[in-house]
Design a binder for this molecule. Structure first.
Ligand SMILES: Nc1ncnc2c1ncn2[C@@H]1O[C@H](COP(=O)(O)OP(=O)(O)O)[C@@H](O)[C@H]1O
Ligand SMILES: Cc1ncc(COP(=O)(O)OP(=O)(O)O)c(N)n1
Length: 274
């Protein structure tokens, strides 16, 4: 099975293209890539960004899609409106391939990974092509212009994002408090909630990338949308709860991409159906 990630490179290896390929590999999916930008990054932060030209992004996408039987595509850091337009134009020609959009905006250290003027292109050009969108709470606030305080706000924001043309929205709860890290999946006619115990750690660099890459890999393997999302929740929970403890320890260390396979995916996710 083959998947494609369209994202930025993280020199620190915990997020971005590197997290995606490691996740694909662990799930026995062959990873192909189209790189939007290089970042000079480690567990302490993002020091610099160098984006590729729209023409070069197009070359990468054309090269991969012309040759490989890609079964699922994900996007991560897209950086600019120009790059989003290229992605939408090309991916729009492959409507049969499921598209997972992780609307990456800001790194854990606070650095911007998406230009402000690119948000509108994300909303109007890419979201209408999206099967599954996976915003964290701050990203959902930017996409909808809302301030999210409680569960009612989360649902209202998700329904607004569905209104932008997305088929399923996974509202991730990593940025909330509480005993559980709860994500809720919404679609036009319903929703379900997934809970795993919240792990007390600051080693959460790349959680969103890894989670969306795991969904993409499971879709490429032919799982249903619901099963792909639940299996990805197991992957990310095991990756967070089996720390690697690398880097100098002052920042956000990466999650453990080996953990799911080593534990045979042994993890309980509490699911409440609507
Ligand atoms: N401390 C944690 N313990 C358990 N799960 C977590 C924790 N932090 C994040 N997650 C899970 O990791 C996934 C990514 O969520 P989140 O961290 O909100 O995304 P992002 O990296 O985009 O900010 C979600 O499934 C979320 O519930
Ligand atoms: C190159 C690159 N892409 C994406 C991110 C953001 O990763 P994410 O998993 O959303 O979260 P943080 O690790 O930043 O919290 C990144 N840092 N670099």
């Amino acid at each position: 099975m083959i998947a494609l990630t369209i994202a930025g490179s993280d020199s620190g290896g915990g997020a971005g293209i590197q997290a995606d390929i490691k996740t694909f590999q662990e799930l026995e999916v062959f990873g192909t890539t189209a790189i939007t930008a290089l970042t000079a990054q480690n567990t302490l932060g993002v020091y610099d960004v160098l984006d590729v030209t729209p023409a070069f992004l197009k070359q990468q996408l054309d090269a991969v899609l012309a040759d490989f039987n890609v079964k699922a595509i994900k996007t991560g850091m897209l950086f600019s409106a120009e790059l989003i337009e290229v992605v939408a134009k090309i991916v729009g020609k492959y409507k049969n391939i499921p598209l997972v959009v992780d609307p990456v905006m800001i790194a854990k250290g606070g650095e911007s990974l998406l230009q402000e003027q690119a948000v509108e292109a994300l909303r109007t050009k890419l979201l209408p092509l999206t099967l599954i969108c996976t915003p964290n709470i701050p990203e959902a606030e930017v996409l909808t212009g809302m301030t999210i305080h409680n569960e009612k706000d989360i649902e209202q924001a998700a329904r607004k994002i569905l209104g932008m043309g997305v088929q399923y929205v996974v509202m991730k709860g990593g940025h909330l408090d509480g005993e559980f890290s709860t994500d809720t999946v919404y679609w036009t006619d319903g929703y379900f909630t997934m809970k795993t115990p919240r792990v007390d750690t600051k080693d959460t660099h790349g959680t969103g990338c890894t989670f969306s890459a795991a969904i993409t890999a499971q879709l490429a393997k032919g799982l249903s949308i619901e099963d792909a999302i639940i299996e990805a929740k197991k992957f990310i929970h095991l990756a967070i709860s089996n720390p690697l403890s690398i880097g100098h320890g002052h920042g956000h260390g990466p999650t453990n991409h080996f953990a799911y396979k080593r534990t045979l995916g042994n993890c309980e996710v509490i699911v409440y159906e609507s």
